[in-house]
Unconditional design. Structure first.
Lengths: 199, 87
């Protein structure tokens, strides 16, 4: 998100019903919210539902925004709730509320030790490389993925992520560490083999 | 950790994420760096985790909102008259 633009949004104008300001707000936040929906639900249609429901909710609850968190954190909280609600509806078997989700120590242990980090970026992000990264992110359990997306993709701080998801900072850090280790392991399996072949 | 001669890798690994974010206290930071200097495997884990995050942050990873999705959103929010005024 463009933070300068989001800073320029006037909460007072929004609460007063300024439609032009609301349209600006929509343009500032719609791409990151759509992206979040796409990565959480996996289909453009579901991402669009998350996007529309988020803004309809924002519109309904704007007058109750008290400014205890930043506008963007408040926004992400609504969007994350929408995404998680849709997941609950579509995949009721998934337990999103498990505070221990992803806390299994075995998830953390690396098994791949080839240093592929010096491979050039265009090689790492070639068609197949990008697909591997996307698939790895999609494979993360939902409770870890939402933390990873807010913190590492959208750039929220640990505190903002914790506020947006109603989690403790410790829980956010734990899930983030496991998500990062999981992705590293997945990418290392793929790029490590290529690196060894090319050597 | 497999193929690993050190006993405290696992414990230090739990600090890796905070180290990458620059959120690790000075004492633990020093301890981790001392360990990294002598442990090839942990150094690889650090380098490849950083690289993984670099890849996630590349502009290629940013998906912009498709124009038709924006149009439907504005209509749903009764903001049709602002459709042409993209910021």
């Amino acid at each position: 998100m463009n933070k300068t633009m989001s800073l320029e949004i006037s909460v007072e104008a929004l609460i007063a019903g300024d439609r032009a300001e609301f349209a600006r707000l929509v343009d500032v936040y719609s791409s990151p919210i759509y992206r979040l929906g796409l990565r959480m639900l996996g289909t453009p249609q579901d991402a669009e539902d998350v996007l529309q429901n988020t803004f309809l909710n924002v519109l309904t609850h704007l007058s109750t925004f008290e400014g205890r968190s930043s506008l963007s954190t408040w926004f992400y909280r609504i969007a994350a709730n929408e995404a998680l609600m849709l997941i609950r509806k579509k995949k009721p078997e998934i337990n999103l509320d498990d505070a221990q989700a992803g806390d299994n120590d075995e998830d953390l242990l690396p098994t791949q030790f080839t240093d592929w980090s010096a491979l050039p970026e265009d090689e790492l992000l070639s068609g197949e490389g990008k697909k591997i990264l996307d698939t790895a992110i999609q494979t993360l359990p939902e409770s870890m993925r939402i933390v990873f997306l807010l913190r590492d993709v959208e750039g929220l701080s640990i505190k903002e992520t914790a506020n947006a998801l109603n989690l403790t900072e410790t829980n956010v850090k734990t899930r983030l560490l496991r998500a990062r280790m999981f992705l590293r392991e997945q990418l290392s399996t793929y790029h490590g083999e290529r690196f060894i072949r090319e050597e | 950790m497999t193929n690993h001669a050190h006993t405290n890798c696992e414990e230090l690994l739990s600090s890796l994420s905070a180290y990458i974010d620059g959120d690790l206290g000075p004492e633990l930071c020093q301890e981790l760096e001392k360990h990294l200097a002598g442990c090839d495997n942990c150094r690889v884990v650090l380098n490849t985790t950083r690289r993984t995050l670099d890849l996630v942050h590349t502009p290629l990873e940013k998906t912009d909102l498709p124009e038709d999705v924006r149009e439907r959103l504005f209509k749903r929010l009764n903001l049709d008259d602002y459709l042409s005024q993209k910021s």
